[in-house]
Ligand binder design. Sequence first.
Ligand SMILES: [Zn+2]
Length: 253
Amino acid sequence: MSNLAKKHQKLSGLIIGKKNFFEADKVIHIFSIQKGIVRANVKGARRPGSKLAGSTELFTLGEFDIVKGKNLDILVSAHPTCHFENACGNLDNVSDYFVVSEILQKLMPEEVPNEKIYSETVSLFQALDRGCHKYLTGLYVYKLIILLGYGLDLGKCAKCKKNESSKEGYHINFKEGSIICTQCMRHSNLTAITADELKVLRFIEHSDFGKYSKINMPEQTAKNISHMVFEYLDFIYQNEFKSRRFANALKNL
Ligand SMILES: [Zn+2]
């Protein structure tokens, strides 16, 4: 292999972040199949007439050629295959692109490939683009949490170990990563979850986006699950996701 070939790298990925850099450049964050999240400088992207500006917009899916730079990789060409932006004109869905991108950037280490998370993420973006139901992102986020190693132990009550479903429901102990049935519960500050909601979470654990995105459930169930998942996410991260504050403000308009 020549030196040049070694330095060149072709990545298939999705642009999940961008930042202005110096006077005319921008740095993009590509979530790629091959290398996970990679940062690359798009030189001159903010100059009028830049060839690369349009093909390196946020939420672009495509092929990207990068070369190793001294401190930062440099993008040399981009071939977009799809640009997620309108999500069927649904603002909630558009804001979910920002929410998911921020979660990935905050919870995933850079340059660690994870094909499973990549394919789940692209599937979600495609579904949002088609205008899917609004709580689907919450289900995806639970799958993401599992794939990142923070999945909850939902098999049986951590106290009495009974695994038949308790009609009165359960409570989730985020700190312990477990569930407690209502009969065993002593603290009232835990998040309540019904047996049906638990079933959905268990299903997500053992399936992928193509399957769990098709679960038929009442809107209230999806909404409760989504609420619980984001509460757990906040517990894991212990900090604020800025895009979520923005997304929630949009939803309350
Ligand atoms: Zn119990």
